[in-house]
Design a protein. Structure first.
Length: 132
């Protein structure tokens, strides 16, 4: 009787300790986010900026679409570049040397009234970079 009771208690203990298997499926948005994070190191900074809406390339430099039709094509049409709330300037080449593409967490493009908070330097728009 004691062996039967001990076998039953061991069986109950084993059944209770086994929990349900964890689900290994991920929802689509988390999978997309994970793939985007893995692939961001494969893209250059210029390619990542170019993917943003309203950005076009002119002489291998990103220009906001609203300024490409400007009559004054002789002046500098580059937007203002801001890295972690610090103004870098209006030269993409200096920004490209300063920032590694895989360290960039987020890129935001501002134009018009949204860029007005940065003053006259931002007359051609603003590209904000947030890094890790």
């Amino acid at each position: 009787m004691k062996t039967y009771l001990s076998l039953c208690s061991i069986a109950i203990l084993l059944l209770c300790s086994c929990g349900p298997a964890k689900s290994t499926t991920k929802d689509k948005s988390s999978l997309d986010t994970e793939l985007r994070e893995k692939n961001r190191a494969n893209l250059s900074l210029l390619q990542r900026i170019r993917q943003k809406p309203g950005v076009v390339l002119q002489n291998n430099v990103p220009i906001l679409n609203k300024t490409t039709n400007s009559f004054d094509s002789g002046g500098n049409q580059e937007p203002l570049y801001v890295l972690n709330n610090q103004i870098i300037g209006n030269s993409f080449h200096s920004v490209n040397e300063l920032i590694d593409s895989y360290n960039v967490k987020k890129i935001v493009v501002l134009s018009g009234a949204d860029a007005a908070g940065y003053g006259t330097q931002a007359s051609n728009g603003v590209i904000l970079f947030n890094t890790y």
